[in-house]
Design a protein around this ligand. Structure first.
Ligand code: URA
Length: 434
């Protein structure tokens, strides 16, 4: 294989052969194909696209660049393309496990504006997401659920390629995104995959059209690889729930698992989305009707069995929830912002809320740096609420008084739109792809 000829072929808009894609990725993984040629191919793919068959070949080659896990118990996982206040994995994964399937879930640390699921979980004192693959498999089969981070031997090609894409303007390409997400999820080995493709101001995919295209491509790719799959396209214009940060998101997830604070409107909608995602996992994996799976999920949640699974998982990962409750009660610097006019909250811009949380230290500036686990934003209102002048809109939180509080507060304030007329009610679920 001559890399330059493959680059010429893709630049001219032709489809690459399966062997060409496989050999290119193998060569890149071994270091025989230099970064500049891989970057050139990524750019050509961005400009010219890939057919469904090419995308499947690229996914397969990236998946096989490392270790691929297999399971002899029923398994399912849920993947979110990432949103603001997205603590859903902390509820969905244990809930699906409570319904009798194993949920092996390799998750990430955030490198956007907010922390990833791993950052959130590691605010629980002692919880370690860094498990060996053997221990990950043991927890996922004995407890029924493990949320761990990906080890270096799973899809090394994606790790190298993602770092290049990040600095060469080649992230925004559906075939590259699909191959990146799917190769990792397929290597993890779950038989059923459910995707939550976020759409809107706080998401990677800003338009419904792009989000639906990505959701269709993920489902098609997973099915081509022999997995059962479905996707929901869900709204990410406003944050999910009230908490945006790390420890405060775990606290909110625990409230959902403990069944507290129902009747809060937005949180009920988030709980319903959790039930829907877990029900899709359960219905596909157990091959039962979706309605039956929904009923099962609601019952498990009501009876506290999802909470039990979460607690067992935390213990298996070395975490201590009692210490977490004490840690969260620690004195924290808090600053409230208030409404300067009365009316209805018609929008809460998720991206601006995330940026304010980031300014407080809730996200990573560079991979591997430390976040402030107590930094974040807790909203006091949701879209549709009526507020009077002076009513609290949100609280900025941090373990100590932050530098640049004014800038973060100003950014947060800009997130709120208050108008004289109430907004149209909107569902969180925008599209279903099954
Ligand atoms: N998440 C991934 O894992 N890969 C992408 O390319 C984009 C989002």
């Amino acid at each position: 294989m001559i890399a330059k000829l493959i680059l010429d072929k893709k630049r001219e808009g032709h489809a690459l052969g399966s062997a060409e894609i496989r050999e290119f990725i193998e060569g890149f993984t071994k270091g025989e194909i230099p970064d500049y040629q891989m970057s050139a191919l990524a750019m050509a793919i961005c400009c010219r696209g890939m057919t469904e068959r090419e995308t499947a070949d690229l996914t397969d080659a990236m998946m096989k660049s490392g270790r691929c896990l297999t399971w002899d118990v029923p398994t399912a996982d849920k993947h979110s393309t990432g949103g603001v206040g997205d603590k859903l994995s902390l509820v969905v994964q244990p809930l699906a496990a409570a319904c009798g399937i194993s949920v092996p879930s390799l998750t990430g640390r955030g490198l956007g504006l907010t922390g990833g699921t791993a950052d959130k979980l590691e605010t629980i004192p002692g919880y370690s997401c860094a498990q060996t693959i053997e221990r990950f498999q043991e927890i996922a089969t004995t407890v029924g659920v493990s949320l761990s981070v990906q080890t270096d031997d799973i899809t090394p090609a994606d790790k190298k390629l993602y770092a290049l894409r990040d600095v060469t303007g080649t992230v925004a390409s559906i075939p590259l995104i699909v191959a990146s997400i799917l190769s990792k999820k397929l290597a993890e080995g779950a038989h059923t995959l459910v995707f939550d493709v976020k759409c809107g101001k706080g998401a990677f995919m800003k338009t419904r059209e792009d989000a639906v295209a990505l959701a269709n491509a993920l489902v098609a790719g997973a099915k081509t690889a022999g997995r059962k799959a479905a996707a929901l396209v869900t709204d990410m214009d406003a944050p999910l729930g009230f908490a945006v940060g790390n420890a405060n998101e775990v606290r909110e997830a625990l409230e959902m698992l403990r069944g507290r604070d129902r009747g809060s409107g937005i949180r009920d909608q988030v709980v319903e989305l959790c039930v829907e995602l877990a029900a899709l996992m359960v219905s596909l994996e157990k091959e039962i009707e979706l309605d039956e799976a929904r009923t099962m999920c609601r019952e498990k949640l009501e009876k506290g069995l999802a909470l039990e699974k979460f607690e067992e998982m935390v213990t298996a990962h070395g975490g201590d929830l009692e210490s977490f409750d004490r840690f969260c009660a620690k004195p924290t610097f808090k600053f409230k912002i208030q409404a300067m006019r009365s009316g209805y909250v018609t929008a809460i811009d998720a991206e601006k809320v995330a940026r304010a949380a980031f300014m407080l230290g809730a996200g990573h500036v560079t991979a591997g740096d430390r976040i402030d686990p107590l930094a974040g934003i807790t909203l006091a209102v949701k879209v549709g609420d009526k507020v009077a002048v002076g009513a609290p809109l949100a609280t900025l939180e941090k373990s100590t008084e932050p530098d640049g509080l004014d800038r973060a507060a100003a950014e947060l304030y800009k997130a709120f739109q208050i108008s004289a007329t109430p907004p149209e009610p909107k569902s969180l679920i925008l599209e279903r792809i099954v």
